[in-house]
Design a protein around this ligand. Sequence first.
Ligand code: AGP
Length: 587
Amino acid sequence: MCGIIGYIGSEKASPILLRGLINLEYRGYDSAGMAILNSKGVECKKAAGKIEEIHKRLNFLDLEGDIGIAHNRWATHGEVNDINAHPHFDSTKTIAIVHNGIIENYRELKEKLSTHTFESETDSEVIAHLIEEELKRGLSFEEAFISTISQLEGNYAILAIKNGEEKILAARKGSPLVVGIADHGTFLSSDIPSFLEYTKKVVYLQDYDVVVATKNGVRIYNLSGNEVSRPVDTVEWDAEQIKKGGFEHYMLKEILEQSETIQRAIQQDESVVNRIADEIREAYGIFFVGCGSSYHACLTGSYLFSKIANTHVNVALASEFENYEHFLTENTLVFAISQSGETADVLEAVRAAKIRGSRVIGIVNKMGSSLTRESDEFLLMNAGPEICVLSTKTYTSQVALMALLAYALAGKYEDGVNRLQGLYMDIYNLTSRSMREHLRYLAEMLVNEEHIYLIGRGLQYATAMEGALKIKEVSYIHAEAFAGGELKHGPLALIEDGTPVMVFVARDNEKKVISNASEVKARGGFIIGVSADRHEVFDYWVKVPECEDLNPIAQIIPIQILAYQLAVLKGLDPDKPRNLAKSVTVI
Ligand code: AGP
């Protein structure tokens, strides 16, 4: 999965594209490159490494011209090196392309081009060579581009430029691509933050759209070459939301936004939520499907639906959903949870569900994402852009929406809204400076630990799962969650003198989980309690308000902050953990 951006207009392209790449870094950042069309032809600079490092070495701003494309990469085909960085060229070096996605039939296509010499190991490079071949057949640049696109299998968002052609051609299928319309020019990009400081006017493209962007504007076609129209939208997010807002890292900024984002998550159309609740009542079989933190939101949702609405739902990791597809019927209701709306595992599950006639409802953060288009209906999380690779505010927004649906299902929509609105001050206090200092002290105690375990029961077990993910993915400390009742079935063997174990306690199930904590304590464990009340078994207490069914929102926030502090203490970049990317658009 990668980030792509193109610009055509009256301004010099390279500084605009460089800023765009920096704003797209969260989509992948193991290499980057830029190609600009000018009097010398198509000039290119590209390399492996982070954008700032490459720019220091190659200076993208040396590239003159007002038409260009750029790319930052999260490798899927071919190792991370300069040659495999995009843009890629044809044999004549006059056609440059950037690509986000996977061309599944690239080997067969390369065999058809046996006279061509390919420089890289990537699947993407074949696109430029295919265009070259189509041009040799006497087609125009646009015709050659469309003919090329028609031969591709897999998913793609592609930008192409060619020497002598004052335009950028673009196409999308299964990977995000959006048009930005500014007074001085046009943007084509994987994501809105790349150009938001220049314009809020956007056009969300559909799969199989082909775009011809010139200095006179944008025209959109389908693969048959017929022009199609797409509405121009105005984005609510302003550029400031994208910036770090004065914090050192997006992660902290986004954690602290949660007192607001929970309130925005519940700004839903009551009639829509209640209608979805009716659909849940009528469905025969319900699945919650997601990955990572979104899966933990699904798990939390299953406990909430059971507890609040006395309704059973199945929970499945999206990557494991294929093992349940044979149960799906036209009466099954599948909720696909994904903040990016581009996670390939989730989209694959959605497509499988739709093939079997099931109805799919998305819970998603990004308008215009594939999930918003492929769901039969969707609820927007309204969390605003989440730039940090870790899901923090989007996770609690998902949980808030799950809770709201559960309350609606129980016929208590208003009650649900009131309870969620009542969280505002609780979350504000949980993210306060004094709480952050308290947690930094705990982080200093834990920063050199090799293992941290987290336990809970019911809703608190789901919270423990999410807490473990936060800690491990940002601090690289091994963290693992267990249901409290499971300790004695094996994990207790891991406990040594001083082993840190975090225990999530809710008043409605405290007895059993405190007993589990005592089992750990008796074997030398160091007990960190996360609860409204202090308990004798605690060696360290993180005080949180008792929020009953909404404990999953309140109790995860201190752990998000703790995980952040651990990363900072270890000198790591919390926004860009190693090996990870913000949206995993590969299976
Ligand atoms: C969580 O912090 C990670 N960013 C990751 O597990 C993420 O939740 C997962 O990849 C799903 O992403 P999605 O919500 O965009 O589908």
